[in-house]
Ligand binder design. Structure first.
Ligand code: TRH
Length: 392
């Protein structure tokens, strides 16, 4: 029985939870589905603990769910070839410790070295996916590996059991009710349009709440604790904590605890409409087969608006209200100059199209599944590199 392949995954938590959220999901899949011995190097154990309570914030090294977790304190330190894994992956170009790279160059054969890039729907990705980048001085080559929405990319991260888990949950009202009951949600709240809200603080939340409170039909909005606290405070005139229920007109806002990743999937599966953000929740919303609105991670010079339109060009058909609502939700200029940009009008158009958006969500999920899953696609590339003749 030969030793399992080893993999070191380096993750720097820039902001929020996405980086560690994606890396932790990826690490679990590599270990559980592909039997790889994974060590996750991460520089922020507190953010990690938030999405995975089993993680201790006080330990430099620990094992969680069979995965080695190493607190990445500094760029210093010397390493020997024994310290180097068969596969080395840096997430979002987080720059490995120089001593580690030096030891990689001593390995024969050298490890397969990848840089995992961010998710975007822009076409240029297809031309950069798996491109080699020779090290300027050392006999090492790093490859860029992109997630994406087409066959010329790595596809999207999806666990092998995800689809079955989702169908089993969604087809069993008792499971769904039990999930909500554990979160303190009452049956009255569930007899409304169920919306989950995960967005950045600059989203026009107050005007959306206003549209919902004056709506003809009741809306229950689930807001994870720490999301848009100022908007909730301003709208309801009080600070709302996890477990609180705030009501106004046709709107009920239930503040939820920040739940472990697996439970966040259930929230997306159980709601009728999901507001998601960044990268990982955005991808999970696509697997949930429910209508969703994406709040994209803001970038300088509104570069993110270009990325948003690139995704909407692939996902949103012209008349579904999703395109104009999404541009409005992300503060991007409307495309039809005369479009009335107020939230109430945008919401009414989106609400009227929820049935067709639900159908679209199903079509899109099937299309994304046809690309295979990101982790298997990545390992296929790695195995091809490992069996390729050594570069001169
Ligand atoms: O937290 P984010 O805004 O992360 C962002 C993005 O990843 C962005 O691309 C990156 O550039 C930036 O960080 C630095 O959004 P994202 O990607 O959705 O990650 C959130 C994670 O939190 C995701 O794994 C789901 C998880 N989560 C829970 O585990 N429990 C919860 O209750 C909630 C609301 C989220």
């Amino acid at each position: 029985m030969h030793d399992p392949l080893t993999l070191h995954l380096f993750c720097r938590v820039i902001d929020n939870y996405g980086d560690i959220g994606i890396c932790w999901r990826f690490a679990r899949q590599l270990h559980q589905e592909h039997g790889i011995a994974v060590t996750l190097w991460v520089d922020d154990l507190r953010s990690f603990h938030r999405i995975c309570p089993e993680v201790s914030v006080a330990m430099d090294t620990q094992v969680v769910a069979g995965i080695g977790v190493r607190y990445w304190r500094t760029q210093d330190g010397a390493f020997s070839t024994d310290d180097i894994a068969d596969m080395v992956i840096e997430f979002f170009g987080c720059d490995l410790p120089p001593g580690y790279i030096a030891a990689m160059a001593q390995c024969a054969p050298p490890p397969v070295w990848l840089n995992l890039e961010g998710l975007t729907a822009e076409e240029w990705v297809e031309g950069c996916h798996t491109l080699p980048s020779p090290h300027p001085r050392l006999p090492l080559t790093k490859y860029f590996f992109f997630p994406g929405f087409t066959a010329k990319t790595g596809g999207l991260l999806r666990e092998a059991s995800l689809e079955d888990d989702r169908l089993r949950f969604q087809s069993d009202p008792a499971r769904v009710n039990a999930f909500f009951a554990r979160l303190g949600v009452t049956p009255t709240e569930l007899a409304a349009l169920k919306v989950s809200l995960f967005c950045y603080p600059h989203a026009p939340v107050a005007s959306l709440f206003d549209a919902w409170q004056h709506g003809e039909s009741p809306v229950t909005c689930f807001v994870p604790e720490g999301v848009a606290p100022d908007a909730v405070h301003a709208f309801f005139g009080r600070v709302a904590m996890s477990g609180d229920l705030c009501r106004q007109g046709a709107l009920s806002v239930r503040i939820l605890p920040f739940v472990p990743q697996q439970d966040y999937d259930k929230l997306l599966w159980a709601c009728d409409l999901n507001f998601v953000r960044g990268e990982d929740s955005f991808v999970r919303a696509q697997w949930a087969e429910k209508p969703f609105v994406w709040h994209i991670y803001p970038q300088d010079e509104d570069l993110h608006h270009k990325k948003l339109r690139a995704f909407l060009d692939r996902y949103a058909t012209d008349n579904d209200g999703l395109r104009s609502f999404s541009l409005h939700w992300n503060g991007a200029p409307p495309e039809q100059p005369l479009a009335v940009a107020n939230t109430l009008t945008q919401w009414r158009a989106l609400q009227a199209n929820l049935p067709s958006l639900a159908k679209r969500a199903g079509q899109w999920k099937s299309l994304m599944m046809s690309l295979g899953d990101f982790t298997s696609n990545l390992l296929e590339f790695v195995h091809a590199r490992r069996s390729a003749p050594a570069e001169k």
